[in-house]
Design a binder for this molecule. Structure first.
Ligand code: ZN
Ligand code: ZN
Length: 292
């Protein structure tokens, strides 16, 4: 970086004092997340057998994403899996299941879906539609500012806390992105719903962590409440240090995702279980992606 361009001002984080109590009022308790996570079902990457409690499946030790019901399945899948398996320090699947089972995050995702696909204009009933969600682990914003100014201590360069953040939320083409396996997952979820309730919006969400080719797909129901809210495009009311207690932010897919990210950022005590330690290698990788 050219020293001429180095910012001289210190960056301070402007968080409204009420944000902490507002977070406590809506945030999901850790106990609920732990319990819901243990009921989360996962399919074997090879044979697609669904494991109801996620306990008997073993994760690939290297990427921690692929899950197998047996050594046999893992061995069979390896010729294919080795091309996409990248070493990961993070317990990706654990973070993503904490994310998926969280009802507050779920409602932000529903709003983002309803807005992105304009479901209030054109309902998509009876067939799946799919969006891609790119998740990354990022430190606090203040960390970046201090990093750019060159103020980080050696200890902070070696280890810091990161949190899950959504970088992109984009629609995928359902013709090309929904293969047989995904269609089966969608149909199985639909079949688990009582017959008289099946006229509902059921989407698929494809998660990618840190630009990996591998993805985790989960079905997600978009309720009529979310669709109505997206139709009305009500402004978000936020408390801002700069703009006052009733600052309004326009409703959009991007602002839904921004609010979701803010909800995770407002959780310094890791109540939501969406934070984890980043080691030197993670931080180094982050610096490279920033071209710093
Ligand atoms: Zn299997
Ligand atoms: Zn792997």
């Amino acid at each position: 970086m050219n020293p001429e361009n180095t910012p001289h001002s210190r960056v301070i984080s402007l968080v409204h004092p009420d944000r902490a109590s507002d977070f406590r009022a809506v945030a999901t308790p850790t106990k609920y997340i732990r319990e819901a996570r243990s009921n989360f079902s996962t399919a074997c990457t090879q044979c697609k057998k669904i494991d109801e409690d996620d306990k008997s499946l073993k994760r690939c030790a290297q990427c921690k994403i692929a899950a197998y019901c047996s050594k046999e399945c893992q061995r069979k899948d390896w010729p294919f899996h080795k091309t996409v398996c990248k070493e990961s320090a993070s317990a990706v699947s654990k973070l993503l299941s904490s994310f998926t089972v969280n009802p507050v995050i779920h409602s932000y995702l529903q709003l983002a879906f309803a807005s992105l696909f304009e479901l209030y204009k054109t309902p998509i009933i009876g067939r799946p539609f799919i969006a891609r969600c790119d998740a990354v682990i990022r430190p606090e914003k203040a960390y970046f500012s201090r990093l750019i100014i060159g103020e980080l201590t050696e200890a902070e360069m070696t280890q810091t806390e990161g949190m899950l953040q959504i970088r992109n939320f984009t629609a995928l083409d359902s013709e090309t992105s929904i293969d047989d396996t995904r269609m089966k997952a969608w149909e199985a979820t639909m079949a688990s719903v009582p017959e008289n309730c099946r006229a509902m919006h059921l989407a698929l969400l494809e998660y990618h962590m840190d630009d990996t080719v591998q993805s985790i797909v989960t079905p997600i129901e978009i309720t009529d409440i979310a669709i109505e809210a997206a139709r009305e495009k009500k402004f978000w009311k936020v408390k801002s240090v700069i703009f006052g207690p009733n600052h309004q932010i326009p409703f959009s897919t991007e602002s839904c995702i921004e609010f979701l990210n803010n909800h995770i950022r407002d959780d310094p005590n890791n109540q939501l279980r969406l934070r984890q330690q980043m080691n030197r290698a993670d931080i180094q990788k982050l610096l490279e992606t920033l071209n710093y």
